[in-house]
Design a protein around this ligand. Structure first.
Ligand SMILES: [Zn+2]
Length: 227
């Protein structure tokens, strides 16, 4: 079903890295009937890819094969097998980083991914061509538009804003009150460990409460909303 047949507005979320804090994020999304896309690094796990968030806590990735069910009802997308900066890789390394991540996602989650998010927000024309050759249909950058307009270039897709954006609630109110003729998309991205680091889970919950449960808004994954 293409949501545009029945709605003029859609909201979708995009969260990266597959970290432990996704558990709490998924609970909140579930409480409000919201859908997200999770961009995962299948070559990393609890013991690999760990790093220190300031002087507060260690960020661990989840052991994906063990938490498959956790993400049910949401979309899984490519984020690079080992979270490498794609613009610094030669052709063979680029292939390994993207194709192997897509294959492993398919193996673990039982469905081939159709989208991705750029690790470190890094991309160039060669990377975009590689995505196209692998059959990926959209890829998210980290450049905020503060806009809801549909975009022609889905392989360089720019989100509306990050969840910590100071305009988040202002954008929400604008989106909720608008009665557009053309389809409009509110696209929010981030990392769940940021809520833990900044102790602002409550702010996100308030946001979800405000934007959820509206009859004139379609709540879907990136794939459902963008394609
Ligand atoms: Zn990342």
């Amino acid at each position: 079903m293409n949501w545009r047949k029945h709605y003029k507005k859609a909201i979708t979320f995009s969260y990266d890295d597959g970290v432990e804090q996704d558990v709490r994020l998924l609970e909140i999304l579930s409480d409000y009937g919201l859908k997200a896309t999770f961009n995962l690094n299948t070559g990393l796990d609890y013991d690999h890819g760990t790093w220190q968030y300031e002087d507060k806590f260690q960020v661990h990735r989840l052991n994906l094969p063990e938490v498959r069910a956790l993400y049910e009802g949401h979309e899984i997308a490519v984020h690079g097998r080992e979270h490498l900066c794609l613009t610094g890789l030669d052709e063979a390394a680029l292939h390994r980083e993207l194709a192997l991540d897509a294959e492993e996602i398919t193996r673990i989650f039982g469905e081939a991914p159709v989208g991705m998010a750029y690790a470190y927000g890094a991309y160039n024309d060669a990377v975009v061509e590689k995505l196209r050759s692998l059959g990926l249909q959209y890829a998210r950058t980290v450049e905020s538009t503060h806009s809801f307009a549909e975009q022609p270039d889905l392989l360089r897709f720019r989100p509306t804003c990050h969840h910590d954006d100071e305009k988040l609630f202002q954008l929400a109110d604008e989106f909720l009150s608008m009665k557009p003729d053309a389809p409009q998309i509110f696209y929010i991205w981030g990392h769940s460990y940021e809520f833990e680091g900044k102790k602002n889970w409550d702010r996100f919950r308030r946001f979800c409460e405000r934007i959820s449960g509206r009859e004139d808004i379609f709540y879907g994954t990136n794939r459902q909303v963008l394609l």
